[in-house]
Design a protein around this ligand. Structure first.
Ligand code: AMP
Length: 118
């Protein structure tokens, strides 16, 4: 079964795409947590960070280059932003097609909710 995000890559379901090339696709999150909230995904359906391989290094590195460019386009590079990749249940991953959240446009506050350890 193709993931929801594979269908977005293939153009089978609509998304607000801000960038697409032969390796990655970036589109606006349907439920934005900040003024700018874009998801950057490999076109290849890697389920989680646990599933990445050395063969994926070029694509994964390219996701950072695309994040840099989108942050600039969106006008949030100077003030700053956050990149988040959730993995599995404790990471809060909901869609099992690896994705990088690019969030910004406001001060984002502490990195994690909840109690401190140590
Ligand atoms: P995660 O919890 O890291 O798996 O994040 C999944 C993200 O995908 C959430 O922020 C959702 O709002 C977002 N999302 C789910 N469905 C869509 C969709 N059809 N288009 C854009 N973003 C989506």
């Amino acid at each position: 079964m193709p993931t929801l995000f594979e269908k977005i890559v293939a153009g089978e379901i609509p998304a607000n795409i801000v960038h697409q090339d032969d390796r990655v696709t970036a589109f606006r999150d349907i439920s934005p947590q900040a003024p700018v909230h874009v998801l950057i995904i490999p076109n290849k359906p890697i389920p989680t960070v646990n599933d990445v391989s050395e063969d994926d290094e070029r694509t994964l590195g390219h996701m950072f280059v695309v994040a840099r460019d989108i942050a600039k386009q969106e006008g949030i590079a100077e003030n700053g932003f956050r990149l988040i990749v959730n993995c599995n249940q404790h990471g809060g991953q909901v869609v099992y097609h690896l994705h990088m959240h690019l969030v910004g446009g406001r001060a984002l506050g502490p990195m994690l909710a909840g109690e401190k350890h140590g």
